[in-house]
Design a binder for this molecule. Structure first.
Ligand code: ATP
Length: 349
């Protein structure tokens, strides 16, 4: 069997009183686009820095391609890190920036140039080699940082919020490019982000972090459709949990349930409840948020609790949807979209 690209076993890291990483076990496959997703302070960056060798674990082991590298220095690990601020050398040209690591490794000049140009072509920056970083846009600088990482053909690329400094449009464009690039070069990418949509859009698999632990590992669809904990249900997508009496009343059995906002239909209160395959609940529209292509309705349920409903504005105008505020409605969704999640008490570690 082929060894995993990265294997983390019982990884812990404390900084004085703070436990940044509280026992992480992960296997990242060769050639995978793997994301570490979580809120600020959940330990993602520390895990990345441990893999790169910039930090030493308090406990646990790190394997790269089947080799224990826990005690090895960063330069002895076949990984390369791309930071959010790109860390380009301002006084060097783009080509010199990209070729720098080859120069350090004493690769002959002619070969350095060929490889730097190929890496720049990989990120679609042919012809930019003679410019300096200051003469580039943010997106172009990001690509130079990627070319610099790719030029040495590491087995693993570690990316710490690499798109964080870009505006939304450019960020979305770079997500598509990054994914395509990864497929093309076949290198394992480990990508840190706190943006759930970015993680869903770009990854083969995602690990969701909270307080230094991994709550769930899965494909974007698994994470979104089958959240394993209430935290995952609320962090990945909109928090839409039914618990306590509301759950008992609407679902019929006690527990904690998640239902995604786009799965819910908003009907008139008088609408006849759907066939037995559907869950239904009545309530009052507390808030209407018009988002252009969609509208978000916050509905206070008669059974207690509040659900968010997301509807496409197929026919409705902004005025139409605003008129819903304060009205009585019936919500309905197919039972298969009611997902039971362990109650917060069960998931306490
Ligand atoms: P962000 O998205 O904000 O970068 P993160 O999930 O990457 O957050 P980490 O940067 O790994 O989180 O930090 C996890 C915890 O460890 C935080 O509470 C942080 O303050 C703490 N921490 C990280 N590095 C150090 C350090 N060098 N010294 C002390 N505490 C640290």
């Amino acid at each position: 069997m082929e060894a995993s690209a990265i294997r983390l076993q019982g990884l812990r890291k404390s900084f004085g009183e703070t436990t940044a990483v509280a026992g992480v076990d992960l296997e990242i496959r060769d050639g995978e686009f793997f994301s570490m997703l979580g809120p600020s302070g959940s330990g993602k960056t520390t895990v990345l820095r441990l893999v790169a060798g910039f930090e030493t674990p308090t406990e646990g082991r790190i394997e790269l391609a089947g080799q224990d590298v826990t005690d090895r220095a960063p330069f002895e690990r076949d990984v390369h890190t791309v930071f959010q601020d790109y860390a380009l050398f301002p006084h060097m040209t783009v080509e010199q920036n990209v070729a720098y690591s080859l120069k350090v490794r004493k690769v002959p000049k002619a070969e350095r140039l060929v490889r730097a140009r190929r890496a720049l072509a990989d990120v679609r920056l042919d012809g930019f080699g003679k410019r300096r970083p200051a003469q580039l846009s943010g997106g172009q600088r990001q690509r130079v940082a990627l070319a610099r990482a790719l030029v040495g053909r590491p087995r693993v690329l570690l990316l710490d919020e690499p798109l964080g400094a870009l505006d939304l449009k450019l960020r979305e464009q770079m997500q598509v490019e990054l994914k395509a690039l990864q497929r093309e070069v076949g290198i394992t990418f480990v990508f840190v982000t706190h943006d759930q949509q970015e993680a869903l859009a770009i990854s083969d698999r995602v690990a969701v972090f909270q307080q230094g632990r991994v709550e769930q590992v899965g494909t974007p669809a698994e994470i979104y459709e089958r959240p394993a904990t209430p935290f995952v249900a609320s962090f990945v997508g909109t928090s839409n949990l039914l618990a306590g009496e509301a759950a008992e009343h609407v679902v019929g059995t006690p527990g904690t349930y998640s239902v995604r906002p786009e799965k819910i239909r908003l009907l008139k209160e008088s609408a006849v409840p759907g066939d037995p395959g559907h869950a239904t609940a009545t309530g009052t529209v507390a808030e209407v948020v018009y988002l252009g292509d969609t509208t978000r309705f916050l509905v206070d349920l008669d059974a207690g609790g509040r659900l968010t409903v997301l509807q496409q504005n197929l026919e409705n105008t902004a005025e139409d949807v605003a008129a819903y505020r304060g009205t009585r409605v019936r919500l309905q969704w197919h039972h298969r979209h009611t997902v039971q999640v362990p109650s917060p008490a069960d998931s306490l570690h």
